[in-house]
Structure formats: structure tokens, C-alpha cells
Design a protein around this ligand. Structure first.
Ligand code: H79
Length: 454
């Protein structure tokens, strides 16, 4: 507590001095005052996250019971199943009973973590409380939670946190500021129907009550579940301010100084949290600071019984590579069923990504953004001493031109070949031309390693 107070006093004094310096798009600077740490400390804190490159997002809640369908009708084919309460304009009396039907008897924490691990994922982020306000862990703050309001009565987040520890996966949670169940929030009268829910308002004079409850929950999660990442969401509501985000961020960091927090803790500005959060899209170029694309593996976050529109393994691997080539992380989502099963098509695709990473992981983990413009045939990633050429489209003439000065290149080889036998190259002052074998070792992405002195 003393430490927390100390930090808050420090934070307040630093804020007073720096407030004019923190303009839009301003650099956090070498010593980011909001995080009370030097650039070096920040790099050390962010290191595992930057090296991880690939994580599992899990959207799981009582919305998995209707699974996108109401009275035999599809509710909204273009919106996630986790929005059903809002999209179908369900009253609490209509939505809350799904809790009694939620009984994930097939849930197996070790199995979920193994699926993530076998996919080559290094961390996991699961919904602790989505917009519906239902807590997927045994919180003391509200009885509207999986332990107190379902017949299952178990705490899957505790099991997952422990399983993650056993398997060396870092554990994180998603947490929504927008809440359709909390009594302090109310549908926005100035908005129409669905938007009234999407832009829920806070009842006059009750904002602090809500923030206090959030903090109690976050304290539970950070201290009892050893949470290392928090993905906030639903921050777009008008009553949530950037200052509220700063206060919440400082609170979370006081409980775990190493925690990694997304930018939706505030208002998605560069200075909010630790990393940017493009959703369902990969930016053309990286923003120049830490970022992570989160994306669905079919078309929905929460499980939908009828959504079979799975992205192909080729598409997913190339997306991972594309993101890594721009210096970002890929948080790929699965939506388990109300029985606790991760759909088999998801498992199959993740396993195939894991097979590719098993061979080619060196070209993804702990790499940084490409130093070169995107080549026609694929992407680049790099790490000290190595440039990785990811060849999506094997050139017909079997010649690969790479813009590195010839005299700096040591050796070039295919990552998938255990012998790392050198490929023949022609060196010129501004580039090398590599002679490739007739057929690509991998039809999705064959990685050519260029050992060089940068
Ligand atoms: O949890 C998943 C989704 O349920 C949630 N985010 C992911 C991680 C999500 N909810 N809604 N959406 C995604 C899309 C809606 C975005 C909008 Fe908006 C919210 C449109 C208007 C308010 C974003 C924020 C764009 C403008 C403000």
C-alpha cells in the first residue's frame, strides 16, 4: 500500500510538470513519466512480449451457449457472438439465464494450454469479463460469475493460470470497461437501440463506484491469477477518459510492476498503455512502437455454431509472417464451445502453424521489423546477424534478389535444411542474387537465411 501511495504521489508530481509535453503523437521519451521507468527498464519489461510474437486470444463466456443463434435464427452474421445480448436487444431476464445453461464439463485447462503451446504460441489472453459483465472467474465483487452463477462452479481461469505456468506459457486476461450488467452503467438515452448499448453511459454520481469495483476485480486477477498481460476493451464509451486510463494503469502496475497493458486502458493513444491494438487488420506498416494485431480464426470471437468460415493455414502463417515483418505480435483468437471444446478446425490450423514454426521459428521469435521494403515474392524479418527472406512465391527463374551489399554477406542457406548447406550466391555492391533449388521446401513460406554483418 505504501508503495502504491508513493507511486501515486510521484505520478501526480510528474504529471504536473509534464502535462504540456505530452502532446498527440509525442514520443514517450527515454524515461516515460507515466510508467516511471527508463527506456532500458521498459525494454527489459517488454522483452518477453516482443520476443513472443504469437499468442492465443480466447473469447469464452455464457454467450457461447446461444452461440450466435436465437430461436433458430442467426442474430448477426457480421458481428461476434459475444455481442448477442446487445445485437438481439436482450433484456437481463432473457440473457442472464444462459449462465444456468453454461456447464463446460469438457473443459481441460492443460489441453487448451497444450494446443497453444503446440501452435508455437508463447502467451494466452482470455476473457475474464467481456461487455456482458459476466466474470469467468471466482470474483468476490459480483455473484454474476462462473463459480457462483453456474452449475459448473469451477474456476477455469485459475486452472488455466496454473496450467500456463506448468507449460511455460505467459498468462493474461481481457477485461472490458464497458459493462452491460453493472448497476452503475445504463443504456445511453441519446442513442438509438443497439448504439444505446454500445455507448452505455454511467449513472450520475456512480462512476467512482464502478471504478472501485473494477479495481477490486483487477486486484483479484493480478494477485491471485498471476496475470502478466491485460487487454482492456470497451474503452470507447464517452465517460471513460484518458486520465481514468492513466489512473487504472498506475493501479495495475503498482500490483505487478512487470505487467504489460494494451492501449485500450486509455483511449488508444500512443501514450496509453504499452502497445497498439489493431483489430481484425494488419497495418500497411508498423507504427514505430509496440503493437499487436488481434484477429479471429473464422469470423467471430465468441463461438458461433454456424460459422465455418475458417481462415486457411496458408493465410494464417502468412499473416503471422507479415505481422512479424512489421515488428508486431499476432494474437489469434479461438472461441471455445459452452462445453469447453476448442473447435477442431481451429485446433487443426493451430497445429499446422506449430509444425511450420517448429522448423521456421528462428525467423519469427525475437525478430524485428524488416529493414527493407516489401519484396514481390514475400517478406523479410531480421535479428542480429541474420536476415530472413520469407519466400511465399517461389520465383520461376529460381533467382532471389536481396538488397544487401555483397561484401557483408557471409553465408546463405535454407532454414528448413538441417545441414544448412550454403546456397550459391552472386555478390554485387548493392545486392546478392541467390540461386534457389528447383522446388520450394515449403509451399506456404520457405525461409532463406542470409547471414550478414549489418
Ligand atoms: O472482444 C472482441 C470484440 O467483441 C470487441 N473487441 C474484440 C477484441 C469488439 N467489439 N466491437 N467491436 C469489436 C467492433 C466495434 C467497434 C466500435 Fe468503435 C465500437 C465501433 C464503434 C464503437 C472502435 C471504437 C471504433 C470506433 C470506436
Amino acid at each position: 500500500m505504501t508503495e502504491y501511495l508513493h507511486r501515486m504521489i510521484l505520478l501526480a508530481s510528474v504529471l504536473c510538470c509534464c502535462v504540456i509535453d505530452i502532446g498527440q503523437g509525442a514520443e514517450p521519451g527515454p524515461a516515460d513519466p507515466l510508467k516511471l521507468e527508463t527506456q532500458q527498464q521498459r525494454d527489459a519489461r517488454m522483452r518477453w512480449w516482443r520476443e513472443a510474437r504469437f499468442g492465443m486470444f480466447i473469447h469464452w463466456g455464457i454467450y457461447s451457449v446461444p452461440a450466435g443463434v436465437l430461436d433458430g435464427e442467426i442474430v448477426d452474421a457480421n458481428h461476434g457472438a459475444e455481442w448477442i445480448q446487445c445485437d438481439a436487444l436482450l433484456t437481463p431476464d432473457q440473457y442472464e439465464p444462459y449462465a444456468q445453461q453454461f456447464d463446460p464439463v469438457q473443459f481441460d485447462a492443460d489441453q487448451w494450454v497444450r494446443i497453444a503451446k503446440d501452435a508455437g504460441m508463447k502467451y494466452m489472453v482470455i476473457t475474464s469479463k467481456h461487455h456482458d459483465g459476466f466474470s469467468m472467474y471466482g470474483t468476490q465483487v459480483s455473484r454474476y460469475n462462473i463459480v457462483d452463477a453456474t452449475s459448473y462452479k469451477n474456476d477455469p481461469l485459475l486452472a488455466l493460470s496454473q496450467a500456463c505456468k506448468r507449460h511455460g506459457i505467459t498468462f493474461g486476461v481481457y477485461y472490458s470497461q464497458l459493462d452491460w450488467h453493472h448497476p452503475a452503467q445504463v443504456n445511453n438515452k441519446s442513442e438509438q437501440e443497439r448504439l444505446a448499448n454500445r455507448y452505455r453511459d454511467i449513472r450520475p454520481g456512480r462512476k467512482q463506484e464502478y471504478i472501485d469495483d473494477m479495481k477490486l476485480q483487477l486486484r483479484e486477477l493480478i494477485t491471485d491469477y498471476d496475470v502478466q498481460v491485460i487487454f482492456f476493451d470497451g474503452e470507447w464509451v464517452r465517460w471513460w477518459t484518458q486520465d481514468d486510463g492513466r489512473d487504472l494503469e498506475a493501479f495495475c502496475r503498482s500490483l505487478n510492476p512487470n505487467i504489460v497493458i494494451n492501449n485500450r486502458v486509455g483511449k488508444r493513444k500512443r501514450e496509453d498503455g504499452d502497445y497498439g491494438t489493431p483489430e481484425q487488420r494488419i497495418p500497411d506498416t508498423g507504427p514505430g512502437y509496440d503493437w499487436e494485431t488481434c484477429m479471429t480464426i473464422n469470423g467471430t470471437w465468441g463461438y458461433k455454431s454456424y460459422d465455418h468460415d475458417w481462415k486457411s493455414t496458408e493465410d494464417l502463417i502468412r499473416k503471422l509472417v507479415d505481422i512479424a515483418s512489421k515488428g508486431g505480435n499476432f494474437l489469434l483468437n479461438v472461441g471455445p464451445t459452452a462445453e469447453g471444446i476448442i473447435p477442431q478446425p481451429s485446433v487443426d490450423r493451430l497445429a499446422a502453424m506449430g509444425d511450420w514454426l517448429e522448423v521456421n521459428g528462428d525467423s519469427i521469435y525475437a525478430t524485428t521489423a524488416s529493414p527493407f521494403a516489401k519484396p514481390d515474392w514475400g517478406r523479410y524479418t531480421k535479428k542480429p546477424g541474420k536476415l530472413f527472406a520469407h519466400v511465399f512465391d517461389w520465383p520461376e527463374d529460381k533467382r532471389l534478389s536481396v538488397p544487401v551489399p555483397g561484401d557483408r554477406v557471409d553465408r546463405v542457406y535454407l532454414l528448413s535444411k538441417v545441414d544448412h548447406l550454403p546456397l550459391s550466391i552472386i555478390k554485387s555492391p548493392d545486392r546478392i542474387v541467390v540461386t534457389l533449388p528447383a522446388t520450394p521446401p515449403d509451399l506456404i513460406d520457405s525461409v532463406v537465411v542470409i547471414q550478414w554483418t549489418e
